[in-house]
Design a protein around this ligand. Structure first.
Ligand code: 13P
Ligand code: ZN
Ligand code: NA
Length: 281
């Protein structure tokens, strides 16, 4: 069923595991993610970025996830990933998204607080949890390179959480969106320091390209939600390309999209094992 992210993240925090949050671009990716969750009895978060929403529209993604979630026995969340404005956040809220991220991480500290607070106040009446970000997760999208001065400061994080009343916090400890040229070195001690002073669930962005051991180490130190996007897009496309490569005359999307879906499903099942969320639903 379609639920908010509150209980599944609190359960994960108490149980020292994490919930995988998987970015979907189309119906088949939604199906693959939900089938993986059903088979492994794991709660799951499906999320869409502003770029994805620009491509398909809020209603298409809501409808796809609602259809899959209603038929599922496990908890399924539909989350706005990297909400870029108050307007997009309120649009997703009105559409029925059950979890909202507002990403004010590029703003100065006080402005990030003000925007995040405003979104939290908008979501509070409907009990929709809000994720926000402090520090910066780099990546291709905005050409940011992670370096020390944009890692999350623990004291600032504590102040940020207190002043915004958010439900979860995305931290910057050296991860970046997309694949990495070489496996990054993560500042896991910083994560431990943040955990000591912040008591809400912490979120790890940019998990594509990390080793399973790195993800598990971060979960051990307090991460409760792990975001995977690039590896899912890659898996879907590899499946499609394989079928078309082997059979260039194929013209039925049902044929090659099915293989894309299966590849996404296998990848998601593996990530759920890494996150430790299997059999917790
Ligand atoms: P990756 O593309 O590196 O998996 O990052 C995912 C993410 O952080 C989505 O918000
Ligand atoms: Zn992210
Ligand atoms: Na990444």
């Amino acid at each position: 069923s379609l639920v908010t992210s509150e209980k599944i993240l609190m359960d994960a925090q108490r149980g020292n595991y994490a919930i995988g949050a998987f970015n979907a671009e189309n119906m088949e990716m939604v199906q693959g993610i939900i089938e993986a969750a059903e088979e492994l009895k794991s709660p799951v978060i499906i999320q869409t970025t502003p770029g994805t929403i620009k491509y398909g529209g809020l209603r298409y993604y809501y409808s796809n996830v609602y259809a899959g979630a209603s038929a599922a026995s496990v908890p399924v969340v539909l989350h706005l990933d990297h909400g870029s404005s108050f307007e997009l956040a309120s649009g997703a809220y009105r559409e029925g998204y059950t979890s909202i991220m507002i990403d004010g991480s590029k703003l100065p500290f006080e402005e990030n607080i003000a925007l995040t607070r405003k979104v939290a106040e908008m979501c509070n009446p409907g009990n929709i949890p809000v994720e926000a970000e402090l520090g910066r997760v780099g990546g291709k999208e905005d050409d940011l390179v992670s370096n020390d001065d944009i890692y999350t400061d623990p004291e600032k994080a504590a102040e940020f959480v207190k002043k915004t009343s958010i439900s979860s916090l995305a931290v910057a400890i050296g991860t970046a969106h997309g694949f990495y040229a070489k496996t990054p070195v993560l500042d896991v001690n910083r994560l431990t320091e943040i955990r000591k002073v912040v008591d809400i669930p912490l979120v790890l962005h940019g998990a594509s390209g990390l080793t399973d051991e790195q993800v598990m180490e971060c979960i051990k130190r307090g991460i409760c939600k792990v975001n995977f996007a690039t590896e899912l897009r890659d898996a879907f496309s590899k499946g499609v390309k394989k079928v078309i490569g082997e059979n260039p005359d194929v013209f039925d999307p049902k044929v090659y999209c099915k293989e894309g879906k299966e590849c996404v499903k296998e990848l998601v099942k593996h990530k759920m094992l890494v996150c430790g969320s299997v059999n917790t639903a």
